[in-house]
Design a protein around this ligand. Structure first.
Ligand code: PBG
Length: 342
């Protein structure tokens, strides 16, 4: 007999792990996870990053090894960032076929072919001596249209090196259409363009700047979005879709879940999220201090992206989580075997 007749009891569906699993609205699958990786020219050993415990700048050898591990764990793909030894005003290493990023792409393309999805960051900031995502005009301002020519050249170099997906992260106006046209004209009609559609000028990229040896002085506020503006993300979405983006992205992740949810509602193409370096660092350092349970916090953050409507997630935990999910899936099977189920 219920104490209060007619009480509606949502708790009923929370009463056992099996029931909770059955009624969970979203779940994370290894193939939803994309691993961002850093490869640096001139290293002899992988170099750990102090701002991102557990993440390294790779040598070509260690990159390949870590990529094999990620692919074996079933991740959805790999997103490469390259750090050249030599940086200049126009980021000339970015579209040089012998530049570190393009060499790394070729290496992975040779190793994996179409067995995984190989992605490249298409932006100049890792390659420029001033650290901006584009080239500068005489006054030192980022020159949108001159940058587009550099991006188109990068797109071709990355496509030739074997990238399947190009991640256009520079936030220049017209970048998607410009790169799409260059790719098509050169016959790379199957190379996928992923637009960083809503990319905010964010403090949460802090540790990434160390990861790519960024030379940036100042900020990126003239091209990345103002954190106050949600509506503007929808304008960017309209443009990226009209320009032919195959996939759109919202970045950072957790601080922008509202933007993600709205983009996911409206988009007619897949929507991805980037759980950025600062989000990674917050959980790692808070867990190291004993303030939160590391694995549970990671899991909950990924679930939040799925719930908000993200199809895939770029996360530095991709391999670890994919491995854990594989083990869990195997565990459910063997628990049942142990009980004699079929
Ligand atoms: C730009 C780029 C950045 C990140 C990914 N691509 C940095 C920036 O815009 O300043 C940040 C990713 C992260 O913080 O994990 N090439």
């Amino acid at each position: 007999m219920s104490l209060v007749p007619g009480t509606v009891r949502p708790r009923r569906l929370r009463s056992s792990p099996a029931l909770r699993r059955l009624v969970s609205e979203v779940r994370v699958h290894p193939s939803d996870l994309i691993l961002p990786m850093f490869v640096k020219e001139g290293l002899s050993e992988p170099l750990p990053l102090s701002g991102m415990p557990g993440v390294v700048q790779h040598t070509l050898d260690s990159l390949l090894e870590a990529a094999r591990e990620a692919v074996a764990a079933g991740v959805g793909g790999l997103m490469l960032f390259g750090i050249p030894e030599y940086k200049d005003e126009i980021g000339s290493q970015a579209d040089d076929p012998d530049g570190i990023l393009n060499r790394a792409l070729s290496l992975l393309a040779d190793e994996f072919g179409d067995d995984t999805v190989i992605m490249a960051d298409l932006c100049l900031d890792e390659f420029t001596s001033h650290g901006h995502c584009g080239v500068l005009d005489e006054d030192g301002a980022v020159d949108n249209d001159a940058t587009l020519d550099r991006y188109a050249s990068m797109a071709l170099a990355q496509a030739r090196a074997g990238a399947h997906v190009l991640g256009l992260s520079g936030m220049m106006d017209g970048q998607v259409a410009y790169c799409r046209e260059a790719l098509d004209a050169a016959g790379f009609t199957d190379v996928v363009v992923m637009g960083y559609t809503a990319k905010y000028a964010s403090a949460f990229y802090g540790p990434f700047r160390e990861a790519v040896d960024s030379e940036l002085q100042g900020d990126r506020k003239t091209y990345q979005q103002d954190p106050a503006n949600g509506r503007e993300a929808m304008r960017e979405l309209g443009l990226d879709l009209a320009e032919g983006a195959d996939i759109v992205m919202v970045k950072p992740g957790l601080p922008y879940l509202d933007v993600l949810a709205e983009v996911a509602q409206e988009s007619i193409v897949p929507v991805w999220t980037y759980q950025v370096s600062g989000e990674y660092a917050m959980i790692e350092f808070a867990a190291a201090a004993g303030a939160i349970d590391r694995e549970k916090a990671i899991e909950e953050s990924l679930i939040a992206f799925k719930r908000a409507g993200s199809d895939a997630i770029l996360t530095y935990w991709a391999t670890e989580v994919a491995q854990r999910l594989q083990v869990e899936a195997a565990g459910h099977m063997s628990d049942r075997d142990a009980r004699g189920g079929r």
